[in-house]
Design a protein around this ligand. Structure first.
Ligand SMILES: Cc1cc2nc3c(=O)[nH]c(=O)nc-3n(C[C@H](O)[C@H](O)[C@H](O)COP(=O)(O)OP(=O)(O)OC[C@H]3O[C@@H](n4cnc5c(N)ncnc54)[C@H](O)[C@@H]3O)c2cc1C
Length: 293
């Protein structure tokens, strides 16, 4: 399998920032994935999985790791007896189309989540009151030690969290869906997309939610809006004027610009509202937010 050197990860993230990967593999089968994991172990390289890069911020200096991007049969989608069987690298949009064509409902909530099925498991992605824990039956997880099916309970999916650890790759996922007429699915999706476009910067380069929402509190976006941060700009990055929990790449932003905005947003929420916001976006490479003492 080909190992690419120095591929810029800005091409593999929706925000479009970030530096090169010291090594990058695009396995197309379980055998190739095992080969990639063996290679990383032999070279002492950390594993970083990049799906659609829609909740990722990569350091501008890049990352010393083997970046794995699933393709081929590891990104394919099949209709199974009780739903879909999707490769970890399968795009949510492709799954949704296949489910709709097969008259299978339950995945509609993911219509505005621009990621992959494997990324959805790792993040327990969700919207409109539903998340991956409502539809996953089990996931095939590969590590340097081998490949195993992991049942839903053992994936421990909770709000934007899972038990999928560092170095583990979600290679395939069984999704449980219910029969639903295609026309109804189409109508629900249209309605959800309209709602999403009205409230979020869907036509800009972003990485989705910057911070997590805490149950029982105002959403992170509303809090940052109260701090007057909508439209706040550092370098080429700007806090979305449409939704304050999004950072837009407005003009050749760097990841450092995005982190600087996150630091400022957390500082203001802490000082003005007494809230410590927790990051949702995954960091890759040498990036960190200072902690409050
Ligand atoms: C416009 C926009 C709207 C969004 N709306 C939502 C929303 O409503 N709800 C929501 O939950 N999220 C939302 N997101 C964030 C994002 O789309 C989700 O978190 C998505 O599930 C990430 O999937 P991905 O494939 O892009 O993962 P990536 O961003 O590539 O990676 C995210 C994390 O998952 C890991 N990962 C990715 N693939 C795998 C795999 N196969 N195996 C193991 N680990 C893996 C990565 O290493 C990283 O830690 C939005 C993002 C954007 C840009």
């Amino acid at each position: 399998m080909n190992i690419e050197r120095g591929t810029s990860l800005s091409k593999l993230t929706t925000i479009g920032t970030g530096g090169p990967a010291s090594a990058l593999a695009r396995p197309r089968s379980l055998d190739e994935l095992a080969e990639a994991l063996r290679y990383a172990a032999a070279e002492g390289l950390e594993i970083v999985v990049v799906g659609l890069g829609s909740n990722l911020l990569v350091a501008d200096e890049g990352v010393e790791a083997l970046v794995i991007h699933l393709e081929g049969e590891l990104a394919a989608v099949e209709v199974g007896p009780t739903g879909l069987v999707a490769g970890g690298g399968a795009k949510n949009a492709v799954c949704l189309h296949r489910a709709r064509d097969a008259g299978l409902g339950g995945f509609e909530f993911a219509c505005a989540i621009p990621g992959t099925v494997g990324g959805g498991v790792k993040m327990n992605a969700g919207a409109y009151g539903r998340d991956w824990s409502d539809i996953v039956a089990r996931a095939l997880v590969a590590t340097a030690d081998g490949v195993d099916w992991v049942a839903l309970d053992d994936l421990a999916l909770s709000y934007r969290r899972s038990a999928v650890g560092q170095g583990a790759v979600v290679a395939r996922v069984e999704l449980l869906l219910d029969p639903r007429p295609s026309e109804e699915i189409k109508a629900t999706v249209s309605e959800l997309v309209v709602r999403r476009k009205a409230t979020q910067p869907t036509n800009k380069r972003t990485f989705g939610s910057v911070f997590k929402n805490s149950p029982g509190e105002l959403g992170a976006g509303r809090m940052l809006e109260l701090c007057g941060l909508k439209g706040h700009r550092i370098g080429g990055a700007v806090i979305s004027p449409k939704h304050a929990n999004f950072i837009e790449n407005a003009d050749y932003a760097t990841s450092a610009d995005c982190v600087a905005l996150m630091v400022e947003a957390r500082r203001r929420a802490h000082e003005e509202l007494g809230i410590t916001l927790e990051r949702e976006v995954a960091f890759v490479g040498a990036l960190e937010l200072p902690s409050f003492t």
